[in-house]
Structures are given as C-alpha cells and as structure tokens.
Design a protein. Structure first.
Lengths: 166, 269
C-alpha cells in the first residue's frame, strides 16, 4: 500500500519524536495514532510543503496527550554501551574521547532542561530537523525555536564549564 | 573559545542522539495499513461538499480527493518518495485482481504481467461487469479484455500509433468502473515535483489529468474504508466520467492526445 511505504520511511523519526515529547509514554502507540490521523488529514496538507514536519506535528500532539501529568519522570536514557550497533556514524575526534560517563552527564543535563527547551534540543540534534522544521513540528514560532535553543545550549554549556572535559 | 565550545557541544549532542535508547519502532507500516483499510482515519465530516447528496443508490461515486506531493528528495538519505493519489470509490467496489481460479492471460497477451484480471471476450464483458463497455475510436479493437470484480480493463498493444507505456508491449489501457466523478470535491494541483494533477474537461465532463510518477492509486469508499489499486499504473492517467461510468485512460500519448482520445470514447457498435 502506498501509504504504508510512507509510514515505513518516516516511522523511525515519528517514534523518536513521540519518545522525545513523552519518554514515559508509549511512543509507538503515539506514532501509530499519528500516522492514522495524518492519513485522514491529508486533504489539508499543503502540497509542495515538506511532509515530515507536518507529520511530526501530528505525532507530537499525540505524544503530548499521552504524557503523564504527575509522578516521577524517567526521561531519556542511554542504550547500554554494548548495544551500540557497529554501523554507527564514523567517529569524529570528539566522539573518540567521549565515553559512556560523559554521555550520561550530558543526557542528565538534557533531562534537567525545561520540557520546552529539551524538545527543541531534541528536534534539532536528535531528530536533525532544521529551525523551520522544528518550528512546524513543535507548533511554535521560528523565533521561539531560536530563543529556546539559545537558552538550552547556555544551560548545557554550564555543565561543562570548568569540567574535566570542558 | 566560545565558538570552539559550541562546536564541541554541538558534536556531542549529535553523538548523544545516536546513543539514546529510542523505542524499538517495530514495523508500524502494517499496523497503520490495517487500521486504515478497516476504515479508520476517515473524517467524520467534510469529505462531501455541502449540498451534495450522499450516494445511497447503487452506482459509484468517485471523487478526486487530493494529491500529495512526496517527491522531495530526502537529502540525508537520497530517497525519492513515492507519490500518492487518493480517489473515492463506491461502497462494495473491489479493485483487486480476480480470484486465482480465474483464467489468467497467456504470456503472449499484452499486459499479462499486470494482473488485469480474467481474460474474456469483448462480447461477454457486459455480462461480467454489468455495463456495456465503452470504446475509443481510431485505435481498433482491444487486444485484450479483462474483468476483475467490477472493473473492466481494455488493453491495446503498443505499436506505430500507440507509444509504449511503462509496461512492455502495452500502448493503451482503458479501465472502466461503474462510477461518477464528483467535481464538487476539491483537488489540489501541484506546482512542483514529480506528480501533478490537473482538472480538465472531457467532452463536458469533469476529468483529471495525472502525470508524473505515481506510486499507486488509492480509492476511498463512501463508508470511509480504503482500497488500493493493486495494479501498477503504467502511464499518465486521465480520469473522467461518462454517463454512470468512471473511466481511466493510461497511455504514453501525452495530455492533448489522451484527452482527444477520451472524447471519442462511446458505446461500442
């Protein structure tokens, strides 16, 4: 089915986006629901515009609906080091010196960010959306994306100021 | 120094993204497909324009709903996305190939690889599909007549007058369904990319010229469920209505010639 092909191409991004918004929720469920709703909304899709951020907007809305309103949140977690696939991106000089501990520290700092700041960080760095795509996917103005990113990066930078690997 | 720090933080965040334990993301495609085929994802209101009577009598209502451009290359991966077309079909219509037990076209017949349906004689087609086949003028008798459920497909070999479509040996395909194109429903015209839909007039009837590279046609029933055209589309497509039939002409003739040919389609002798 033609739409199934579409789902296949975007399912990884959709599940990641849902998990970013609601790490404690059922990301696959939110993504699945998002795809079904996107199908129904296709007539409203403005042809010629990029599909991915439009789809992700629908998915993130679903994820928000599934976010637990109270209770302790787990947040994003790292895969165990041995689970990392060997086909990872070519190591850069930076990643050559990174280890699980420093990744943990950075992720903890990301998890401590305000939800809205973590979402733009995740959209930009984990989903690799552009500024314009992030704005559409999260339903916020372009300027807000910029200011939240700036604020969030400032916070994250503080984590490393004066640190051993600063 | 700030720049260096930013670049390092940037790189670390990108690296972090690939180190996070994302959910498995098992194949959603089939589950989504199943739900859509079961009729989910249909709008509760608004598919039908105000004032349009809902189709309750026998006979199909076909409306061109939307064309989604998915042709933009995904830069990172370099994949060209398929186009998607949505059309409405009446309740009860099935567009799949005929049951396995039906006689298949022989390998020498044009379009044999397309699963057009059971091969029948032209004079027997009406009894199978319940309506009199319409024929275009100037291209001679069809080289093949096929029936699959309620769909009639006439096929002509490619040759001097009929340039080849994407299917080997096939110059022209005329698909006929009992149905009606609903001109009140909106359609979208693409301004860029690999697929386009353009409303055209075919002898006073509303029609649509679809060109480019379709991935497939999906028909939507009045009850909201979907059925995908299981046959590969082999050329540019002209869809239009004539009497109570919806017709689909696939060819490599180009827009003008196809529209001109469509205007000649009429009941056979």
């Amino acid at each position: 089915m033609a739409y199934e092909e579409l789902v296949r191409r975007y399912q990884v991004a959709a599940v990641r986006a849902a998990h970013l918004i609601a790490p404690d929720g059922d990301a696959e469920d939110a993504a699945q629901e998002g795809f079904v709703k996107a199908w129904a909304a296709l007539p409203r899709f403005r042809t010629g515009s990029p599909f991915r951020p439009w789809l992700l907007r629908i998915v993130t809305n679903e994820a928000r609906n599934r976010r637990r309103s109270a209770g302790r949140r787990t947040g994003l977690v790292l895969r165990a080091a041995e689970d990392r696939p060997s086909s990872d991106a070519a190591p850069s000089p930076e990643s050559a010196v990174l280890d699980q501990e420093s990744r943990s520290r950075l992720l903890a700092a990301v998890n401590r960010l305000r939800d809205e700041d973590r979402e733009v960080i995740g959209a930009r760095y984990f989903l690799e959306l552009s500024g314009a795509e992030t704005a559409e996917a999260l339903g916020i103005p372009r300027g807000t994306v910029k200011s939240r990113l700036s604020r969030a990066l400032g916070r994250l930078r503080e984590t490393f100021d004066g640190g051993r690997d600063g | 120094m700030a720049d260096g720090l930013d670049a390092r933080l940037d790189a670390r965040l990108v690296d972090l993204g690939s180190a996070i334990a994302w959910p498995a993301g098992a194949d959603l495609a089939m589950r989504v497909g199943d739900r859509i085929r079961a009729g989910e994802g249909r709008r509760r209101t608004g598919w039908w324009p105000q004032g349009t009577a809902r189709p309750v009598r026998r006979g199909l209502v076909l409306a061109l709903a939307a064309l989604l451009l998915l042709g933009a290359a995904v830069a990172a991966v370099g994949i060209i996305l398929p186009g998607l077309r949505i059309v409405f079909v009446p309740p009860g219509a099935t567009l799949g190939p005929s049951a396995p037990s039906a006689p298949a076209a022989s390998e020498s017949a044009p379009g044999w690889s397309l699963s057009l349906g059971a091969a029948v004689e032209l004079e027997d087609a009406a009894a199978s599909v319940g309506f009199e086949p319409l024929l275009p003028a100037g291209v001679g008798e069809p080289d093949g007549v096929h029936v699959a459920n309620e769909r009639l497909t006439l096929v002509w070999r490619s040759g001097d007058d009929l340039p080849r479509t994407d299917a080997a040996g096939v110059g022209l395909l005329l698909t006929e369904l009992r149905g009606r194109v609903d001109p009140g429903y909106y359609e979208k015209q693409l301004h860029e990319g690999r697929t386009t839909v353009e409303p055209v007039d075919v002898g006073g009837s509303a029609g649509y010229w679809l060109s480019g590279e379709p991935h497939g046609l999906v028909y939507r029933r009045a009850d909201g469920s979907f059925v995908e055209e299981s046959r590969r589309i082999v050329g540019d497509v002209l869809i239009w209505q004539q009497d109570d039939l919806t017709l689909r002409l696939e060819s490599a003739l180009g827009r003008e010639a196809t529209i001109a040919l469509a205007r000649t389609v009429s009941p056979g002798r």
